[in-house]
Each structure stands twice: as structure tokens, then as C-alpha cells.
Design a protein around this ligand. Structure first.
Ligand code: PEP
Ligand code: MG
Length: 877
């Protein structure tokens, strides 16, 4: 239940994050490497699960194990828990399997009471310091464990500052702090009718229970839902010896990144505060100083003020990078000149930085190219492909702050997270402006396009969280004065009201007035390098779903190796296509329909020629018309009247036809293959257009084009066989008319469970399959893809499902059906090409599944192509 860590005394290898939590495992690992980590012990996540399941009861035997570990750790440092002359103080921290920054509780300086505080004062010769620790501990303990409102203590602290006539907390002297401690204790009794515990063991057990408890607090629950972290993991608790960053001017606390988290530059980057404790940096209450001088050398930088500790930090940083093989985010404390590392973890970074760091680490030989590929979260690439403010746009700067997270976004100003969420629900883009953010603001940050805080720094909550979310963020815009009552803010002479538009330039740290145009940034050389590496490693090919020439162009720019799906419904809308299509639908019989369709053929053919030419010999899969015809007809009276007039026909006739075509459940109605069977002339026209276009494009370029014709929504083998015969016949006719002998392929999309079940037979009539997982998810789950969000959100909230199956492929259900179809299809038709063309083709986890079952390619929206290339490489490693 309990594992100790200290140099030379560490848990057995193999006891990892699932047991010790990320923090505990990390401390064990750091101790193993021999880094200067304050010693301590970790209570496992299993104990947390047992504790919560048993109605907040600690398991038998835990007490003895904890007390033993505690006594041993104290002895190691020559200190005593709960007694002088050198009292042992500890921190009690949460630690889930994955980092959940700021979501759960932490208690520092535990072990102080009315006696030990005096002993600490005596030992350090600094009563001010001892009482400062004590008042911080009482405040934390009371808010976290006893449940007193934090505001109570803030008010008393304000009053103490006023009384002493000082502006900052660290200017309060020992007597003032002693009085403050008494006031705090009285406030706790007044508020909760319960005294602050003097028994240090009672303090410890109270804190351990509260940390376990904090696994269930609302912000932790929201965070888990957001990051798909299972609710049943539980948190570990780490109890660790305190070291003091606030024990005088030769002490400090800070955060260091081994490389720059925004640019990736190889140079220690971070902030520190002299004579302070860790939470002062994170909370953004005091403005920290940089580790290295930035521009002007004013002597405040750590490298200038504490050169020895800085050098040691720098050297340890390099050692950590070499050991963990990645950029590290280190929390450190200097206690009277001695450097301690409190924590190190993989540093959060922007997409730009992630790519540069991965490529450079591989270049330096610290990691392999495969590791470099694994280091970059494909989802981060999305951020790179996001736009930035058009450099030609006229900028009117409202305020400047720190460039905490890059990217650009425009939206309407709101001043609270609740307002952000409400506006987002109304479909409005918003910029959230706050003095600073806390974990309670997560929902507002999720809803916002970008975030501005007037306080904080590069490592404050808003900065870290926004970088993780890939949203632009500007912190420390200190010239901005927010007036929450009026819902306005002012900087200089300019006032901005709630609802006004602002644009953020995260990279420049500028808040701009109005809604500015955006452009796509050019991609860096490191991006190209990483993509090259990915391409050389991945097995699956990556195509794009593209309906228009413009999509095809974007897709090629991002490295698509073909088009996996052209949804031809849009081609029917080109030029006066809609009008002609309506005439087709209104025509009384097949013969007249064919006459009208003859007019659509050249439009189709021209579109396909352009597409083939744009793709320059890369494969292009074109799908026959899929949606039900009613989608082409007007659906309200006003529209009906207008269209009837345009077409020169009676409204009643049009309405009658619309009524005839109307289906109660069109997604399960006459669409896909069914449409091609009932209206063969449409499929024939499309086939002829595709074949003719391929002939023309091939002749122009001198390289033959092999068009791929896709039949949608197939259920029966006989359907596909029937349609294939017709398609092949029309193709043969078109080829002979043009005296051409090009090849063409015919395949189908598997979008119905029946087609998957009969995949062996169907494979006999198909040159290729693609899995249309949008429809296949819809038809397998019987959940309408257009209506799902109303109730699936509830399912997610209730924990009934962990992922939205329309975003992340439902491996166990839909995935198993696909696996079966792949196996059956391959057995019957070795070498048949198989792919995925639903939205899941751009989702990294779904792509990993596609690799697992051996699909030949994934096809996704053009902007996701780089994501898919990287994810496919990761899946192949
Ligand atoms: C699918 O159903 O997954 C698919 C690719 O087709 P569409 O999204 O056009 O229905
Ligand atoms: Mg479909």
C-alpha cells in the first residue's frame, strides 16, 4: 500500500504510474537516477479506490505502513514528526496516473502546530519564516480538509496588511503573522465549530483522506470527462519532506522548462520567485522573475542572482532530458542555497515547439526518429494548421501581454466562464477575459476561442491550460482594467464592452480591436522533416475526402496520396446543376429523365477532368449519388412557390412530386445503391462522365488515369453485382466510343452491417472496399448521426459510454464488424484494397485501429491529412 522513495531506496522497477500515480512514479524514478529529490513515500491508487468504495474508510494495515514510512523518512533527515528541535514537515499531494494539473488538492507544511512552529523558528532563527509557514498551512488545511471558505482567510490577510501598513504578504513581520495565525484559528472555530487540529497525526490522516476525496471534486470530474480519463483510476497520495523556498533571500522556488515551450528553442526557460513557495508562482499572485535575463540585465534573473544554483539546475536539466528522452518541466526549490528538484515531467508545449524539440532531440541522438514521431501528439498538428492574423490586416492594439499560447482567434468578449459557455451554446465565438483563471474556469476555456488574463505569467494556469488546448492565450495584460459590474474593460482611453469583437494574436501577445482576417501560416522546415520521417515509416497510405477542386488542392498541399472519396452530390449543385437536377426529378418518366440528364453529363465530366488533373495521376475514388432525392427539392411552401415559378410549372405539381418522394426516414430510405437501382439513368450518366473524364485527363497528361467508381450503401451482393454489370457495360461503351482501353475499378462502401456480414460474397464483385464508418456507426448502433449529440452528451456525462462513437471509432462494436468484414473479404478476394473513409479516418486512435486490422489506406478531410500521416506512422511503430 505504501512505497518509499529516497536516494538508494526506491520501489521495485515495474511499479509504475498506474500504482504510484504520475507524480509518485516520477519521484521514484528521479530518486533512482540519484537526483536531489526530497525523500518521502507514496500511497497507491488502489488504496484510493478502496477508500472511496468502502465509504471513506482506510483499509486495515495502512496506518502502520504509513507511520513506519513516515518515521523512516524523518530519521533519514534527522528530524522528528511533531516535535523539536528539528520538526519534520511534509507536503501531501495528489497524483493521478496522468497529469491533471491543479484539479485535485495539495497540502503543504503539514506537521506544524503551536509547538513545532516555535521549534522551527528556533532552528532556523527566523520566526517570521516559521509563522509564515504556519499561517499558510492553516489556511490550506482549513480550506481543503475542514471546508472553510478561502475568502475568510484572504480577508483576514488583507486586514493584517492594512493594519501593518504594508503592501505585500512578505512584508508582514513575525508578530503580525503570529496574530494572523490566532485570527485564522479563531475563524475556523467560528466558521465550522471545530478547532484546527494540533495533533500532527490527525493532520496527516485528515489530509490523506481529503486528497483521496478530491478525486471526486467537480473540477476533477469535468477535467476527466474532457480528457477521457476513466473515473475509476483514483489518485495516489505522495507524502514528501518539505524543503523551503521561503526561508530567506538565499531561497527561491520556480519552474524551469529545459527548452522553450512555445518555440522549442534549446535554452532553459522559466520563472522563479525569491523567498517564496511553489504556489506563489503557479497562482500568478506575485510577478516572477526569469531564470535567464530577457533583454535587459537588471540583476533579477536567477542566473545572475543565484549563479551556482542556476548552473546546477541547468546541468540537472540536461541529465533529465538525456534520461527521460524529452523536454522536461521541472519544479524546483532552493532552500538556503541548496537546490532540490520537486518534480519533473514531460513539459507541455505548443505544436511548433513539439515538432522542433522532437526533430532536434533526434538530431542530437538523444532519441530515435521513431521516438521523435511518437513524441508529437497528432492532435497538436491541428493547431499548426490553424490560421494566424493576416499580416496585411490593419491592427489596432487594445492591449499587450505575454504571448502565453500562440495562434489567432477572434470572438466576442465575455468576462465569465459561464457567459462563455452560454454564448458558445448560442453558436457565438467568444474570447474569455479574466483577471486570472483557475481550474473552475475550465468549462469557459473549453468554450472560448481564446483567453486573455490581466494577471499571471507564462506558467500560470491560463497559460498552461490554453497551450494544452491549442488555443491562443495572452496573460499579464496588466494595463487592462476589468469592470465586472458594468461588464466592460478599459485600457488607456479605450473601453470594450461585453459582446464587442476582439482578435487575439497569441504569438505576439496582442489583443486587437475588431474581427481581423486570418491567413494560413507557412509550415516550418522541422514540420516537413517530421512528416518525411513519418512517411518513411508508415505502412498505410493517406488519402483525402475531397468534393471540390479547392479541397483537392489543400489535400495535395498537405501530402494526400489520392482522393479516397468524392461525394458527387455537390457536383449536382454546380452551375445551374440544381435546377437541372430538379427537372430530372420532375420529369414524368425514365426517357424524359435521360434527356434532362444529358445536360448534366458535361458538367460532371468537366468537374472530374479538373479533379483528375489536379491529382496528377494519384488515385481518385468517385462515389455515385448517395443522398435521397428529396434533398434536392424545396421543403417549405415559400421555396416551393419560388421553385415552381422558376421551373415554369404549377406549384401543385411540384408539391405532389415532393410528397411522393417524401420519406419518413430518408437516411434508411431510397438512397445509395437503391437509388442507382431505381434510377439507373443517374448512375449511368455519372459512370459515363467519370470514364470520359478519365480518358480526357489521361490523354492530356500522357499518363493513363485509372478511375475508381464507388457504389454507396450496399447491403446485398446481388445489388452490387447488378450495378457492377451496368457500370462495366456503360464503361465499355464509353471506352469503345472513344477508342480507349483504360482500366477502371469498381468498389463499394460498406456502410451497413449486412454488407459486412456478407463481405466474402461482396468482395467477389468489388475491386476495393471502403468502410463508411459514419453510416456504419449510425446503422450498427441504430443511432442517427444527425441527432446523436442530444442524448450522447448525456451518455458521456453519465459515464455510460466513454467516447462519442461518431468521433472515436467504437472498436468493440463497429470495429469488430469491420474486422470481420476485412477477414472475410481478404479470405475470399486476396489482395482486395480496403480503406476507411468516414470521419474516423482523421482520428488518431481510430487510425491506430485501422493499422491493427491491416487496412490499405485512410481517407480524411484535407486539413487532417498531416494528422493522419503522423498517426499512421505512430500506429506502425
Ligand atoms: C460514411 O458514411 O462514413 C461516408 C464516408 O459517407 P457519408 O459521410 O457521405 O455518408
Ligand atoms: Mg455514408
Amino acid at each position: 500500500m505504501v512505497y518509499s522513495f529516497a536516494p538508494g531506496r526506491v520501489p521495485p522497477e515495474g511499479i509504475g504510474e498506474d500504482v504510484l500515480g504520475g507524480k509518485g512514479a516520477n519521484l521514484a524514478e528521479m530518486s533512482r537516477v540519484g537526483l536531489p529529490v526530497p525523500p518521502g513515500f507514496t500511497i497507491t491508487t488502489e488504496v484510493c479506490r478502496d477508500y472511496l468504495a468502502a465509504g471513506r474508510r482506510f483499509p486495515d494495515g495502512l496506518k502502520t505502513q504509513v507511520e513506519n514510512a513516515l518515521a523512516e523518512t524523518a530519521a533519514l533527515l534527522g528530524k522528528t514528526f511533531g516535535a523539536g528541535p528539528d520538526p519534520f514537515l511534509v507536503s501531501v499531494r495528489s497524483g493521478a496516473r496522468v497529469s491533471m494539473p491543479g484539479m485535485m488538492d495539495t497540502i503543504l507544511n503539514l506537521g506544524l502546530n503551536d509547538d513545532t512552529v516555535e521549534a522551527l523558528a528556533g532552528r532556523t532563527g527566523d520566526a517570521r519564516f516559521a509563522y509564515d509557514c504556519y499561517r499558510r498551512f492553516i489556511q490550506m488545511y482549513a480550506t481543503v480538509v475542514i471546508g472553510v471558505e478561502d475568502g475568510v482567510f484572504e480577508e483576514l490577510l488583507d486586514a493584517a496588511r492594512d493594519k501593518a501598513g504594508v503592501g505585500r504578504d512578505n512584508e508582514l513581520d513575525a508578530d503580525a503573522l503570529r496574530a494572523l495565525v490566532d485570527a485564522y484559528k479563531a475563524a475556523i472555530i467560528g466558521d465550522m465549530d471545530e478547532p484546527f487540529p494540533q495533533d500532527v497525526h490527525a493532520q496527516l490522516w485528515g489530509a490523506i483522506g481529503a486528497v483521496f476525496e478530491s478525486w471526486k471534486n467537480p473540477r476533477a470530474v469535468t477535467f476527466r470527462a474532457l480528457h477521457a480519463i476513466p473515473d475509476d483510476w483514483g489518485t495516489a497520495v505522495t507524502v514528501q519532506a518539505m524543503v523551503f523556498g521561503n526561508s530567506g533571500t538565499n531561497s527561491a522556488t520556480g519552474v524551469a522548462f529545459t527548452r522553450h515551450p512555445s518555440t522549442g528553442e534549446k535554452r532553459v526557460f522559466g520563472e522563479y520567485l525569491v523567498n517564496a513557495q511553489g504556489e506563489d508562482v503557479v497562482a500568478g499572485i506575485r510577478t516572477p522573475d526569469p531564470l535567464l535575463p530577457t533583454g535587459h540585465h537588471d540583476g533579477h534573473a536567477m542566473s545572475e542572482r543565484m549563479p551556482e544554483a542556476f548552473e546546477r539546475l541547468n546541468a540537472l536539466g540536461e541529465r533529465l532530458e538525456a534520461h527521460f528522452g524529452d523536454m522536461q518541466d521541472i519544479e524546483f526549490t532552493v532552500d538556503d542555497g541548496t537546490l532540490w528538484l520537486l518534480q519533473t515531467r514531460k513539459g507541455k508545449r505548443t505544436a511548433d515547439a513539439a515538432i522542433r524539440i522532437a526533430v532536434e532531440l533526434a538530431g542530437e541522438g538523444t532519441i530515435s526518429r521513431e521516438d521523435a514521431i511518437l513524441h508529437v501528439d497528432p492532435a497538436l498538428l491541428d493547431m499548426l494548421l490553424h490560421p494566424s492574423v493576416d499580416p496585411d490586416a490593419k491592427r489596432q492594439v487594445f492591449a499587450r501581454g505575454l504571448p502565453a499560447s500562440p495562434g489567432a482567434a477572434a470572438g466576442m468578449v465575455v468576462f465569465s466562464s459561464t457567459a462563455a459557455e452560454a454564448a458558445k451554446a448560442d453558436g457565438k465565438p467568444v474570447i474569455l477575459v479574466r483577471p486570472e483563471t483557475s481550474p473552475d474556469d475550465i468549462h469557459g476555456m473549453v468554450a472560448a476561442e481564446g483567453i486573455v488574463t490581466t494577471r499571471g505569467g507564462m506558467t500560470s494556469h491560463a497559460a498552461v491550460v490554453a497551450r494544452g488546448m491549442g488555443k491562443p492565450c495572452i496573460t499579464a495584460a496588466s494595463m487592462v482594467r476589468i469592470d465586472p459590474a458594468r461588464r466592460t474593460m478599459r485600457a488607456g482611453a479605450i473601453t470594450v464592452r461585453e459582446g464587442d469583437f476582439l482578435t487575439l494574436d497569441g504569438a505576439a501577445g496582442e489583443v486587437l480591436l475588431g474581427e481581423l482576417p486570418m491567413v494560413q501560416r507557412p509550415l516550418s522546415g522541422d514540420f516537413a522533416t517530421l512528416m518525411e520521417w513519418a512517411d518513411s515509416i508508415r505502412r498505410m497510405r493517406v488519402r483525402a475526402n475531397a468534393d471540390a477542386l479547392n479541397d483537392a488542392e489543400v489535400a495535395r498541399g498537405f501530402g494526400a496520396e489520392g482522393i479516397g472519396l468524392v461525394r458527387t452530390e455537390n457536383v449536382f449543385l454546380e452551375g445551374d446543376g440544381l435546377q437541372v437536377m430538379r427537372e430530372t426529378i420532375m420529369a414524368p418518366d425514365e426517357r424524359s429523365r435521360r434527356l434532362v440528364l444529358d445536360r448534366l453529363l458535361p458538367i460532371h465530366r468537366d468537374t472530374f477532368v479538373a479533379l483528375f488533373e489536379k491529382m496528377a495521376g494519384l488515385p481518385v475514388s468517385i462515389r455515385l449519388l448517395d443522398p435521397p432525392l428529396q434533398e434536392f427539392l424545396p421543403n417549405d411552401d415559400e421555396e416551393l412557390g419560388r421553385v415552381a415559378e422558376e421551373m415554369g410549372m404549377a406549384v401543385d405539381d411540384l408539391r405532389r412530386r415532393a410528397d411522393e418522394l417524401h420519406e419518413i426516414n430518408p437516411m434508411l430510405g431510397n438512397r445509395g445503391a437503391r437509388l442507382a437501382i431505381c434510377y439507373p439513368e443517374i448512375a449511368e450518366m455519372q459512370t459515363r462522365a467519370i470514364i470520359e473524364a478519365a480518358i480526357i485527363a489521361g490523354e492530356r497528361s500522357g499518363a493513363p488515369v485509372v478511375p475508381e467508381i464507388v457504389v454507396p450503401l450496399v447491403a446485398y451482393y446481388a445489388e452490387l453485382r447488378h450495378l457492377r454489370e451496368r457500370i462495366d457495360a456503360i464503361a465499355a461503351d464509353a471506352k469503345s466510343r472513344h477508342d480507349s482501353d483504360i482500366r477502371h475499378l469498381v468498389g463499394c462502401i460498406i456502410e451497413l452491417p449486412r454488407a459486412a456480414i456478407r463481405a466474402d460474397l461482396i468482395a467477389g464483385a468489388a475491386d476495393f472496399f471502403s468502410f463508411g464508418t459514419n453510416d456504419l456507426t449510425q446503422t450498427t448502433l441504430g443511432i442517427s448521426r444527425d441527432d446523436a449529440s442530444h442524448f450522447l452528451t448525456r451518455y458521456l456525462d453519465e459515464g455510460i459510454i466513454e467516447r462519442d462513437p461518431f468521433i472515436n471509432l467504437d472498436r468493440e462494436g463497429v470495429g469488430e464488424i469491420i474486422r470481420m468484414a476485412v477477414d472475410k473479404g481478404r479470405a475470399a478476394h486476396p489482395g482486395i484494397v480496403m480503406a476507411i473513409t468516414g470521419e474516423h479516418g482523421g482520428d488518431p486512435e481510430s487510425i491506430a485501429f485501422c493499422e491493427e486490422i491491416g487496412l490499405d489506406y485512410v481517407s480524411c478531410s484535407p486539413y487532417r491529412v498531416p494528422v493522419a500521416r503522423l498517426a499512421a506512422a505512430q500506429a506502425a511503430i
